[in-house]
Write a protein that binds this ligand. Structure first.
Ligand code: DAU
Length: 337
């Protein structure tokens, strides 16, 4: 029998690249093809360490492009894991259209490819944001979707397409909904890498509003392992929440990063106008994926210390991003706040 072949879309992004590195490391039997459009968020440096692995193949292309998807599938794949997405809430507020294209239409193109090529499994990587914010308790998979940002609404649209393909065509689909993810190789537009790298540079960090919003933090390796676990053991047609179980306010995260970089709140924090429609709190009930046999392995305190150390040691990686397009984006996003 030939070895399993997985197509990982968006594999040069943050969580996708962690999934590929982990899979090639722990699963010598699996071959991986990455399809990535190389948008601002797809970074070849994220997979430089595996670029020469004979079990790894890269195809440049967009999931909205049927020809590119067919080329990536080639002779056939056993599974597709879709990480390709526009993911940044703040960018979706400035320019929503790209989110509809990639997160909804791109998902549709992949689902059609699943039918055309009789792909054995399709996993959609989604987010806790589709449930909207929860003031108390935790979101379960059966809860209604109530997305509140253009990003979250686009991801919810993708999820609903995926589940409709199960109901209508019996396509072998799975959905995972992860909580806020942190770790190495995360684009510095996001809270933790933005704050760490700014603090290392001696710049002030912009806390939105009162900073008392709550997020549930999950290490990227735990998230990648959770996705792989669901891919291999999940029941088709089902949704699985993957939460870290580490609820923290943004103020708590900021304080931890100030402590680890030797900066202080008084000198290095700037309070800026809140994000429009900012979700106050996310919390996931992950009992279902835990019952399937997954649980997080990385302790949050240790994971955050390691993450800060990684950005400290990999300055060339983030300096290459924090220039050009990023500068223009940053000025547009934060000017006048
Ligand atoms: O919850 C899962 C989601 O987590 C993913 O689906 C998204 O793709 C991912 O971007 C992330 O969304 P958030 O909006 O929660 O992530 P972000 O890192 O942008 O912000 C985390 C929190 O920090 C949020 O409450 C906003 C706040 N924040 C963020 C930035 C970038 C600030 O206070 N200042 C900032 O400059």
């Amino acid at each position: 029998m030939s070895s399993p072949h997985w197509l990982v879309t968006g594999g040069l992004g943050f969580i996708g690249s962690a999934f590929v590195r982990l899979t090639l490391r722990d699963r010598p039997d699996v071959r991986v093809t990455v399809l990535d459009a190389l948008t601002y968020a797809g970074n070849p440096a994220n997979l430089a360490a595996v670029a020469d692995d004979p079990r790894y193949r890269f195809v440049k292309g967009n999931i909205c492009d049927r020809t590119a998807v067919d080329a990536a599938i080639g002779e056939g794949v056993d599974a597709i894991v879709n990480f390709a997405a526009e993911t940044h809430v703040a960018r979706s507020i400035l320019e929503p259209e790209a989110f509809l294209h990639t997160d909804i239409l791109g998902t549709h193109v992949l689902l059609e490819a699943v039918r055309r090529h009789a792909v054995g499994r399709y996993l959609q990587v989604s987010t806790d944001e589709v449930y909207g914010h929860v003031h108390s308790g935790s979101s379960r998979e059966s809860d209604p979707l109530a997305p509140r940002s253009p990003y979250a609404a686009s991801k919810a649209g993708g999820d609903l397409q995926v589940l409709a393909y199960w109901t209508t065509y019996g396509a072998p689909v799975l959905v995972t909904r992860g909580s806020n993810t942190y770790g190495p190789y995360q684009h510095p537009e996001k809270l933790i890498p933005l704050f760490v790298t700014h603090l290392l540079e001696g710049r002030t960090v912009p806390v939105y509003g009162d900073g008392l919003q709550v997020r549930d933090w999950l290490h990227v390796d735990d998230h990648a392992r959770g996705i792989r676990h669901v891919l291999e053991h999940g029941v088709p047609g089902e949704v699985y929440n993957i939460g870290g179980g580490n609820s923290r306010t943004n103020r708590e995260i900021t304080q931890a990063l100030l402590d680890q970089t030797g900066r202080s709140w008084e000198t290095h924090v700037r309070h800026v106008t809140d994000r429009p429609g900012h979700d106050r709190r996310y919390s996931l009930d992950s009992a279902k994926v835990r019952a399937l046999g997954w649980e997080p392995q990385v302790d949050f305190r240790a994971g955050l210390i390691d993450t800060v150390a990684w950005y400290r040691a990999n300055e060339a990686w983030w300096r290459a991003i924090k220039g050009g397009e990023f500068d223009a984006y940053y000025a547009r996003q934060y000017a006048g706040r």
